[in-house]
Design a protein. Structure first.
Length: 110
């Protein structure tokens, strides 16, 4: 869980996506509270960049788990589908199934 959280390649399960979403909401709430409580809001607002990068990367991986490209996450309410829909069984073009269901060994040429 949470291997390479800022990269856009691979697949993640619903649980990891849900935890990522909750972590991001809490972190943004903390940044909002710190940023609006004092001066230097412009400097604090720079911290939004890694927070949104993390959320977009995790969303892209969840889209890959559903055999879709990462751009699907900009569809309104698609995040709910990513939270509740099951992943595709087996390998797909992005990576093997993170649950291990339906994964087949790739033949090696010796």
């Amino acid at each position: 869980m949470f291997q390479k959280p800022f990269l856009f390649d691979g697949r993640i399960r619903r649980t990891e996506f849900g935890i990522s979403f909750i972590i991001n909401v809490i972190a943004i709430a903390i940044v909002n509270e710190i940023g609006f409580a004092g001066e230097g809001a412009a400097i604090i607002s720079i911290s939004y960049i890694p927070l949104y990068w993390f959320l977009w990367a995790q969303g892209a991986k969840r889209c890959h788990d559903r055999s879709n490209i990462g751009w699907y996450q900009i569809i309104p309410f698609y995040a709910f589908w990513m939270l509740f829909a099951d992943s595709d069984n087996g390998n797909n073009e992005y990576a093997p199934n993170p649950k291990g269901i339906g994964n087949q060994e790739q033949p090696t040429n010796v």
